[in-house]
Design a protein around this ligand. Structure first.
Ligand code: LIP
Length: 285
């Protein structure tokens, strides 16, 4: 049978439990596999290979477990792309979100596992279950569509809205120079208008931190489906509105999240700043 959303409660709950089991098991492997003496400096290939190898191994583990217990489901992962399924459910996985933190030993990286119905794209999917596991400190956020969001089993809720000037914002930056030039311009315009800005280095943890009240608002340009899937459901089920600019859903162009009142103010600001635009280098400079 092909699943269509919404799923019944028991199915949703089963998917949440499986997402959490998968994220925990992969997280254990990722934590154990991180060498203590990763040399970050100039020897580019080895540390980067270490991370790439662990990304691949984590994703392979999750894929193998899903294939064993839900062989008809599709899988979309950061490292190996889309394996289409026939059940109507696709698992969207980020084997390590926050790979630069993982490389440097900064304890903010996560395994993210979500189940979605519909085409596995942020503009078309319904995320029905998700888990983000903060590997270094062991925290586990879970959410099921319509069932609320939890961290380590306890319900979480976003902060009440406060004016932008009192809001702590989370954000992140892409990997290309053109994107970063645009993001730097936007962050420079926002910084004087808000309480402060945090760059944690894992989009999934940004959104889960928001869900737990550790940030008031979050925005980022450049998120991929696997960065967004599980954590967007956690944030949404914790009371956040998660959306893009100019009336479109959150996706790579822009993701903004927080309590409705302030999220709309931030969206308006970001639209005025053309924050959904990259900035090529000025050829005259
Ligand atoms: C990264 C994020 C980070 C974001 C980067 C990137 P990766 O994911 O989670 O916060 O700013 O653009 O997407 O590369 O570590 O899986």
């Amino acid at each position: 049978m092909t699943e269509t959303s919404p799923l019944d409660k028991a199915t949703t709950q089963r998917l949440v439990v499986l997402a959490a089991d998968l994220a925990r098991e992969a997280g254990d492997m990722v934590r154990r596999g991180r060498p203590r003496d990763v040399v970050v400096a100039a020897t580019k290939s080895s540390p980067i290979d270490v991370v790439t190898a662990m990304d691949l191994a984590s994703e392979a583990l999750i894929r193998a477990r899903i294939a064993a217990v839900r062989p008809d489901d599709g899988i979309l992962g950061e490292e190996q792309g889309l394996l289409p399924g026939s059940s109507g459910i696709t698992w969207v996985i980020d084997p390590i979100d926050g790979t630069v933190n993982y490389l440097y030993g900064i304890p903010a990286y996560a395994v993210s596992v979500a189940a979605v119905t519909g085409p596995p794209r942020p503009d078309a999917w319904t995320v029905v279950a998700g888990c983000v596991h903060s590997v270094a400190d062991g925290r586990v956020w879970t959410a099921g569509l319509g069932k609320g969001a939890r961290c380590d089993g306890s319900p979480v809720q976003v902060n009440d809205p406060v004016p932008l000037a009192q809001s702590l914002l989370g954000t992140g930056f892409g990997y290309t120079a053109d994107r970063r030039r645009g993001q730097a311009r936007v962050v420079a315009a926002l910084l004087p208008q808000v309480r402060d800005i945090r760059r944690i280095g894992s989009a999934a943890l940004d959104l889960c931190t928001l869900a737990s009240g550790g940030l008031d608002l979050y925005y980022e340009r450049g998120l991929q489906p696997w960065d967004l899937a599980a954590a967007s459901l956690v944030a949404q089920e914790a009371g956040a509105l998660v959306l893009g600019l100019r009336g479109v859903p959150a996706d790579e162009a822009m993701t903004v999240a927080g309590p409705e009142l302030t999220v709309r103010a931030l969206v308006a600001l970001l639209e005025d700043l053309d924050a959904d635009r990259d900035e090529p280098a000025d050829p005259t400079v």
